[in-house]
Design a protein around this ligand. Structure first.
Ligand code: FES
Length: 103
């Protein structure tokens, strides 16, 4: 089974780009949100909660719940559902209020 859950070649897409997710190189297309790309590759937990360290992921998909907050290009608390991908973007799972899980 493919790791990429996007629809095949149906519909039109933006230009093919690449970004990294927790150090892993990932293909994306201009116009996609970070949340869309992460869901397509099966990365469902964007952060861990500040107190208990429980996994949190995408909930509302429209910028209201902040459960999709993660670190983008070194900046914490960026909402994956409200952020479009960019070529060379660095996306990292967030731990609590800001630092990444992976250093
Ligand atoms: S999923 Fe709710 S703010 Fe992004």
């Amino acid at each position: 089974m493919s790791e990429d859950l996007r629809l095949g070649e149906a519909g039109s897409r933006g230009r093919r780009i690449s970004l990294t997710v927790d150090g892993r190189s990932v293909v994306a297309f201009e116009g996609e949100t970070v949340a869309g790309v992460l869901l397509a590759i099966g990365h469902i937990a964007s952060r861990t909660s500040p107190v208990r360290g429980e996994a949190r992921g995408y909930y509302c998909g429209m910028g209201q719940c902040w459960d999709c907050a993660l670190v983008i290009d070194g900046k914490p608390n960026r909402r994956a559902c409200m952020t479009e991908v960019a070529d060379g973007m660095r996306v990292e799972t967030q731990a609590g209020f800001g630092p990444t899980r992976f250093g």
